[in-house]
Design a protein around this ligand. Structure first.
Ligand code: AMP
Length: 427
């Protein structure tokens, strides 16, 4: 064993688990395609001020969780991305995508970095799948975005998820509410925990996110955001809910759901899973019409998006037994070679099969035939193919069906035809 260990809060994914990841990623790509979302990749690091400006200086992410550094002592600070929305919006504005079409529907699967205290379901490097719909934030756009997220969950078979949804109204309403909330909370400041007390002056809305039961008890009697919202914001929210009803997406309206980041407005939502313990949020998102302007755009750009944590999604799937049926991908053929002098012929046979689109493997460690047969069975291959001196001489190879043990001598061309035909039947 080496003395080197992976960095705290990071992990390696080996092939068994990789199969589950690929399965999840394939479903994401397929469903995103069904909804007409296109994949985007942005750099792993951005200038630090992009995140400070967009996520908000008073948030935990910007305040204490960013991995920031200066590549040149005098140069600008850069940060490993702690979330994707800011980078996607930056790319959208920089690439002037709005010039080509009014609405862009983008999605990503990406690695994120946050300096959090590692625990189950919370890492310092983690992955998210997310989508950003830019150029529209109508109730239809919001429902479509939530619909994409929920269909991924449905197609993966994940059960018992709870979609919590709320409206934050527009900026003016929220500012009025913030003051009312501050007024209500100030007399209770002694009952709040340290982080909440800190938030009281900086951003009291964030206290509503607290998971601490004592803080929650104080919050229970707090004024409700909905009482401070204007009629049109509430009407719009009603229409979002109507669309969700039409799509048969179940939800719970949670008037205390505010989400931590500064850029959200109007609809905000979160999905929680009872499978996840303390870190029960599997994903969340909302509208962020003002972010573009915050990043220097001349006007607001209506936008709505979400992000889902893939590690937590996989934990929930594992607990619900959804990963057990996803076995490793077995080769179609395991080539068994009789002695090292036949190895070159076996290599050629393998290559011919692979060129014909048939997956093939062979022993690479000089094992005995008996050991190779054991490996062939263990690999889950459908067939073993024998390469010995007789076979090479006659150009007919024994093709053994590993399920039935039937064996027949066939030329390479016959083998390819037979296996390709079987493959067509399976498809
Ligand atoms: P957020 O951007 O904070 O709303 O996070 C969206 C989702 O990403 C969460 O619901 C989690 O599933 C996941 N997530 C956030 N932070 C972490 C982390 N440190 N480790 C693992 N997953 C995370």
């Amino acid at each position: 064993m080496s003395q080197y260990r992976s960095v705290k809060g990071t992990r390696d994914i080996f092939s068994d688990e990789m199969i589950s990841w690929k399965h999840v990623e394939n479903v994401i790509h397929r469903v995103a395609g069904l909804f007409g979302f296109h994949e985007i990749r942005t750099p792993v690091f951005e200038y630090t001020d992009l995140f400070q400006r967009s996520i908000g200086a008073t948030t935990d992410i910007v305040g204490k969780e960013m991995f920031s550094f200066r590549p040149e002592p005098e140069g600008r600070s850069i940060t490993l991305r702690p979330e994707m929305t800011a980078g996607v919006m930056r790319a959208f504005l920089q690439g002037n995508l709005a010039a080509s079409a009014p609405v862009h529907k983008l999605y990503y699967i990406a690695e994120l970095f946050r300096k959090e205290r590692p625990q189950a379901g919370r890492q310092r490097q983690f992955s998210q799948f997310g989508a950003e719909l830019l150029g529209a934030s109508s109730p239809e756009a919001v429902a479509e975005t939530i619909g994409l997220m929920m269909q991924v969950f449905t197609d993966l078979g994940v059960q018992r998820l709870k979609l919590k949804i709320n409206t934050l109204g527009d900026l003016e309403d929220r500012n009025r509410y913030r003051e009312a909330l501050r007024e209500y909370l100030e007399p209770y400041s002694g009952d709040l925990d340290e982080p909440s007390r800190e938030r009281l002056s900086k951003n009291p809305l964030r206290i509503l996110d607290s998971k601490n039961p004592e803080v929650q008890a104080v919050i229970a009697g707090a004024p409700k955001l909905h009482d401070y919202l204007n009629r049109s914001a509430l009407d719009e929210f009603e229409r979002v809910l109507e669309y969700l009803d039409r799509k048969a997406i179940a939800y719970v309206v949670d008037p205390f759901l505010v989400r931590g980041l500064d850029y959200y407005c109007h609809t905000a939502f979160e999905v929680v899973s009872p499978e996840l313990g303390a870190q029960d949020a599997i994903g969340g998102g909302g509208r962020y019409d003002g972010l573009a302007r915050q990043l220097g755009s001349k006007s607001d750009i209506p936008a709505v998006g979400f992000a889902v944590g893939l590690e937590r999604l996989l934990i929930a799937m594992e607990k619900q037994g959804l990963l057990r049926h996803i076995g490793p991908v077995a080769p179609a053929v395991f080539v068994v070679v009789q002695g090292s002098e036949m190895a070159a012929d076996a290599v050629s046979v393998c290559d011919a099969l692979r060129r014909a689109g048939i997956s093939a493997e062979m022993d690479l460690a000089g094992k005995s035939m008996k050991a190779q047969m054991r490996d062939a069975n263990k690999s889950g291959a459908a067939y073993a193919l024998f390469v010995g001196s007789d076979e090479v001489m006659s150009q007919k190879y024994g093709l053994k069906n590993l399920k039935t043990s039937d064996q027949e001598p066939l030329t390479l061309r016959e083998i390819i035809e037979k296996l390709a035909a079987l493959d067509r039947v399976r498809q």
